[in-house]
Design a protein around this ligand. Sequence first.
Ligand code: ADP
Ligand code: MG
Length: 261
Amino acid sequence: MRDDPPLIEYCNVTVYRGQRIALEGVNLSIGRGENVAILGPNGSGKSTLVKTITRECYPRLSPDSSLRILGRDTWNIFELRSLLGIVSSDLVLSCLGPYTAREIVLSGFFSSIGLWPHHQVQPRMEAKADRAMELLEVAHLAERAMTELSTGEARRVVIARALVHEPMALVLDEPTASLDLHATYELRRILRRVAGAGTGIIMVTHHLDDIIPEIGRVILLKAGRVFADGPKEQILTVERLEALFGTRFELVRRDGYYHLW
Ligand code: ADP
Ligand code: MG
């Protein structure tokens, strides 16, 4: 019997952005239910990796390259949203309009930002939206305007929006960027619960501390290439992280988290 295809599979993916090569011959495969971190310095190609899934960036065509989601080369946004909940800072920014938090979460069902007169919100959608808001601890903010939320609150609302379809995995591009310490801690705690509830977490980040204990595999990205990929304990060594970031560090492991000093 054939094995189930991986959730996401990059085969020899090369992406140019302008004249610059942003990803070069990337091979990586992420299975269903895997919790993975993609770690790399600024400019290493992390967001390009995510934007290739959403077709905001296109790989260079060649016979031996492909990007497959559940074994398929082509998919549309409606199929994609029920497989992967992708949250980028661009998405969060576009959600900061004249909508309530509840409208933003419900609009996940229509792949829109906010609700429009032709959208028919059904009771089952409301129930799922309520559940997602409870999981992200934003239920009390449901009627608040998105423009009046803190950065951390708005980000949690947009993650709840991505969860309404019960995707196999959440893809989070720098979810703790520009959050203060408290908001960062809260988001990591909540994401641990999301992972515990069975949604895969694909954490794209340059912060080692974003690697919540539930994440077992780490992929290091350096200058558009996969620099290392494997079990967290094997990949996160001080030598590798120094080579990745080009700085001297001390690596400390505590309570399932890794920190650099
Ligand atoms: P990361 O998310 O790891 O910081 P990116 O994927 O955003 O990295 O960027 C990878 C490379 O692509 C970098 O060299 C960056 O300068 C370049 N790049 C990013 N966005 C653009 C753009 N809109 N136009 C041209 N080059 C870009
Ligand atoms: Mg980025």
